[in-house]
Design a protein around this ligand. Structure first.
Ligand SMILES: [Zn+2]
Length: 202
């Protein structure tokens, strides 16, 4: 199985991708992990770019990805989580692998805003809470673990999020056009969403 998972901010796409990968024995690949785990010559190249503060190019990401997809760990298939994000990346990806299906974890913009604007982080220990979903802190505004103050990240505000959602919809449409896709309702419990994905893949 060669899959791509897509979903807007707050859809729980990453959580589902990891669980589905475990269930079907696939490797789960997020771009962040990919860049963190890279080694050898490619690592030297990535380090050089990152130390300059530049973004790693699509072409380089795909070269790293290619190596990963050829590893033993990925021989029964893979789930790409967070890549490709746009048409240019789709084109690069097409050079190294086919994709069987795109799984879309769909939630409305309203739900995305509700979930994301509920996110709070502890300013002291970094623990993460969500006052709209879970885990909620026992006392409003206070970290359960260390008593630190809970704060909202600047880019978790509604206006910034709506902008990110707009970009998400435009980019995702171009990805969905390109591949066979299935859509699962992401506004159910994590368990139900998981079952829904398993059902469409089985
Ligand atoms: Zn804390």
């Amino acid at each position: 199985m060669k899959l791509i998972f897509v979903g807007p901010q707050g859809s729980g796409k990453g959580t589902q991708a990891k669980r589905i990968a475990r269930k079907f024995g696939l490797c789960h690949i997020s771009t962040g992990d990919l860049l963190r785990e890279v080694d050898g010559e490619l690592k030297t190249e990535v380090d050089k770019i990152m130390s300059r503060g530049d973004l790693v190019s699509d072409e380089l990401i795909v070269r790293i990805l290619k190596e990963k997809l050829e590893s033993d760990e990925c021989k029964s298939g893979f789930i790409l989580d967070g890549f490709p994000r746009n048409v240019a990346q789709v084109e690069e990806l097409a050079k190294i692998t086919e994709i069987d299906r795109v799984v879309e974890i769909a939630i409305s913009d309203e739900e995305s805003v509700r979930r994301i604007s509920g996110r709070r982080g502890c300013g002291k220990c970094g623990a993460i809470y969500n006052i709209a979903t879970a885990p909620k802190p026992k006392v409003e505004g206070v970290c359960d673990d260390c008593g630190g103050e809970l704060i909202q990240r600047k880019d978790d505000n509604e206006e910034a999020l709506r902008e990110r959602l707009k970009v998400y919809h435009e980019d995702t449409e171009s990805i969905l056009e390109r591949y066979t896709s299935v859509r699962v309702d992401g506004e159910q419990s994590i368990e139900k969403v998981f079952e829904g994905v398993v059902e469409v893949l089985d």
